[in-house]
Design a protein around this ligand. Structure first.
Ligand code: FAD
Length: 383
């Protein structure tokens, strides 16, 4: 059964979830999208609306304040939100996959009980601080340092390009206890942003995703308690790598939403017009690419729901969907003509927003490196 752009046959519960999600996004999120894009105002109103629906905790158990649903449902929500407002889609994805998931997966019972209900209800927005001026694709090069003292850990350093950092209540911060150890020296901490020594000195003005917050973080003599360590000391690299895997599925879903926006725009434009052969070919190409991206994103989500690690499938989903999003928006603009680059059509905004999907949570080059390594490893294991 087809439900608003998705032809993949999903169980009835997912179809129902999508129908509700679509109605909510059209009614509440879509009417605000142009304003956020034009003013650059953070999508706080949408975060509040999503919190009221329970959407800030879709995949977490009800006992922790979540909706008790799964990754597939969460991915549908990110897709549908991003279809009408990518800034809100990215905010939801970063909050859930980067800001909350690591606590759910690696936190102690006390940490989960303390933070996940607050994050699920939207009392706190979650963020994830990994990237630094000298550590992006090569995240093992982190320079932010943590020093164990009698009172707790003293953290100094900085982070950049952190989603939602100015509005977050908690940030998962990666810092090194010993730089000489490289990746083996890294530890992750749950940092409350009200901690003295934590500051957000500047916010980025971006090409797109204007309603999403992207900011710099500085830690100056920031003392965090011993129980803010996430997982074990010196195990931070493994924790953030696994976190990024799941994050890439949601970035895939975010890109899928923008690609679907391009397809929606083309369908609306061409449905009552006589199409040339070139135009029908362009529409067909976009339709098939969107569907292929959806298959990869849903496949990764469904594998993740089984609890199996999904590095390669996440990289497939993120790489393909991010490239499809840009191509689909570009094709829609080419096929429709100049009207498509005006504010009358959402595809112009999606085109600018989509570029950032190729960079965040690992660039396309990094995705290709992960895939190539995994494919060879699998082939060797099969021999
Ligand atoms: C909108 C947005 C939101 C973001 N949100 C967050 C967030 O919430 N938290 C966070 O921690 N980070 C976040 N980031 C940062 C993002 O994850 C990094 O920008 C990304 O990982 C790339 O790192 P870099 O910017 O340091 O680029 P670099 O690593 O310096 O890369 C520059 C270029 O070199 C290429 N390159 C690097 N190494 C190799 C290699 N070995 N082989 C081939 N090519 C290579 C890259 O592909 C890229 O094209 C965000 C970024 C954006 C744009």
């Amino acid at each position: 059964m087809r439900t608003g752009g998705a032809a993949i046959v999903l169980a009835e519960r997912y179809q129902r979830f999508r129908r509700d999600a679509r109605a909510f996004c059209r009614e509440v999120i879509e009417p605000r999208a142009t304003r956020h894009d034009e003013t650059g105002e953070f999508v706080k109103d949408n975060v509040q609306a999503m919190a009221e629906r329970g959407w800030l905790g879709i995949p977490w158990p009800k006992e922790l304040g979540g909706m008790g649903l799964d990754y597939q449902s969460y991915v549908i929500a990110v897709e549908e939100v991003s279809r009408v407002c990518a800034s809100t889609g990215l905010t939801l994805a970063a909050h859930t996959s980067l800001g909350t998931y690591p606590i759910y997966k690696f936190g102690t019972t006390e940490q989960k009980e303390k933070y996940i209900p607050l994050l699920s209800r939207g009392v706190y927005l979650g963020a994830f601080g990994l990237t630094e001026p000298n550590a992006g694709s090569d995240a093992a090069g982190i320079e932010s340092s943590a020093k164990k003292t009698d009172q707790g850990f003293l953290i100094n350093g900085s982070k950049r390009y952190i989603t939602s950092a100015s509005f977050a209540g908690t940030v998962i911060v990666a810092a090194t206890l010993d730089r000489k150890l490289g990746r083996k020296g890294i530890t992750c901490f749950i940092v409350e942003t009200k901690t003295p020594g934590f500051s957000v000195p500047s916010v980025e003005h971006k090409l797109g995703l204007k309603g999403s917050d992207t900011a710099e973080l500085v830690f100056e003599g920031m003392l965090v308690p011993f129980d803010s360590v996430l997982g074990k000391e010196y195990d931070g690299y493994r924790i953030f790598m696994e976190t990024l895997d799941g994050g890439r599925i949601s970035i895939g879903a975010f890109c899928l939403g923008m690609a679907q926006c391009a397809l929606d725009t083309m369908i609306t434009w061409f449905q009552d017009r006589e199409m040339t052969q070139l135009e029908s070919s362009a529409l067909a190409d976009v339709a098939v690419q969107v569907e292929a991206a959806r298959l990869l994103v849903y496949n990764a989500a469904q594998i993740k729901d089984t609890g199996v690690r999904v590095d390669k499938e996440c990289a497939f989903a993120k790489l393909f969907a991010s490239e499809v999003a840009i191509r689909a928006c570009g094709t829609a603009i080419d096929a429709i003509g100049p009207l498509a680059i005006t504010d009358d059509m959402p595809v112009a905004r999606a085109y600018r927003d989509a570029k950032l999907g190729e960079i965040g949570e690992g660039t396309s080059e990094v995705m290709r490196m992960i895939i190539a390594k995994d494919v060879i490893k699998e082939a060797k294991e099969a021999c």
